[in-house]
Design a protein around this ligand. Structure first.
Ligand code: NAD
Ligand code: FES
Length: 293
């Protein structure tokens, strides 16, 4: 069992849980995810790591209570425990393997959208701890939906907040702020975008115009996170890849976003996707969410 040592509501229905998981904390790297199960009968759900502390032996996750399983996880109190907390899984962000001296010559721009802010934080923190520059744009619907602002401010070079309704920071979408920064003379070597699929699609389209390398995280396509269900299948540069095994981060200019969004848009919650996959399996169908693997 994995004890919840801290629980905080960051915004409406969005919770941060700090979990006692020393083994995961020791080997976690930015970009990786864990598979969580609230109790023995609960569904396994993949969630990106939003922070880790090897010394304390803790790992943080940010969970939005939108389906049965995520609501169950969010209903657990401080001191209670999760049945499973497996990981770290997935490939770490590419920059983790780059030569540090080469990395120090680069300037990164992160673009975080809504709950996608949580997985951006450990990446910016990792770079900050190694004196590597990273600016961050964080977008949300309104000021109340901004999460982890102070944590992000403490590790970002410059932090630019945006809101769709203009209640905080730049009034508009993250892509508007991104254009403003680049057109204003800011030079970046790489953009890393994590958030809703539609945001990542438009960030990638925008950066393509500027010839700016862009990496995105497709975590939200995953269902079981084990390479077994095939639901996270994605076309990258004409090749079929699996988000949970080959990713979750990919070259944003190579992804077929429309196909990924069609697949993701078929189900509102992870449970709906998992149920549909199980039904299709039972019926022996080869359905278009990738069960024919
Ligand atoms: P949201 O709908 O509030 O969007 C966040 C920001 O994205 C907006 O403020 C806006 O600036 C930008 N955006 C939205 N549509 C855009 C468009 N068409 N063009 C340009 N920019 C656009 O976000 P939310 O409600 O918090 O939803 C978060 C989503 O992120 C969920 O779908 C969740 O599944 C996903 N998520 C993704 C990851 C990941 O790894 N990719 C991780 C956690 C959460
Ligand atoms: Fe099931 Fe990747 S999430 S195969």
């Amino acid at each position: 069992m994995f004890r919840i040592v801290e629980k905080r509501e960051l915004a409406q229905d969005i919770f941060q849980l700090v979990i006692e998981a020393p083994r995961v904390a020791r080997s976690a790297k930015p970009g990786q995810f864990v598979i969580v199960r609230s109790d023995e009968r609960g569904e396994r759900i993949p969630l990106t790591i939003s922070d880790y502390d090897a010394q304390q032996g803790t790992v943080s996750i940010v969970v939005q209570a939108i389906g049965v399983s995520t609501k169950k996880i969010c209903s657990l109190a401080h001191g209670e425990a999760l049945a499973d907390f497996a990981g770290p899984l997935g490939r770490p962000s590419d920059f983790v393997h780059e030569d540090l001296e080469e990395l120090k010559k680069k300037k990164f721009l992160f673009v975080a959208g809504g709950v996608g802010t949580a997985p951006v934080y450990p990446q910016v923190k990792w770079l900050h701890d190694r004196a590597i520059a990273a600016d961050v744009i964080v977008g949300a619907k309104n000021s109340a939906m901004h999460i982890m602002t102070e944590e992000m401010r403490s590790v970002a070079g410059n932090l630019y907040l945006t809101t769709d309704d203009g209640s905080l920071g730049y009034h508009g979408l993250v892509t508007g702020r991104l254009k403003e920064l680049v057109d204003g003379g800011n030079r970046y070597d790489e953009v890393i975008a994590i958030g809703p699929m539609i945001m990542m699609k438009f960030v990638a389209l925008t950066t393509k115009e500027y010839g700016l390398k862009t990496v995105v995280s497709l975590n939200t396509l995953m269902v079981d996170g084990t390479g077994m269900c095939g639901a996270c299948r994605v076309t990258v540069g004409g090749k079929t890849l699996f988000t949970c095994v080959d990713g979750p981060e990919f070259d944003g200019h190579q992804i077929d976003f429309d196909e990924a969004m069609r697949r993701q848009g078929m189900y509102r919650t992870l449970e709906e996707r998992a149920r549909k996959i199980a039904e299709e399996r039972a019926a022996g169908h080869k359905c278009n969410i990738g069960l024919d693997r």
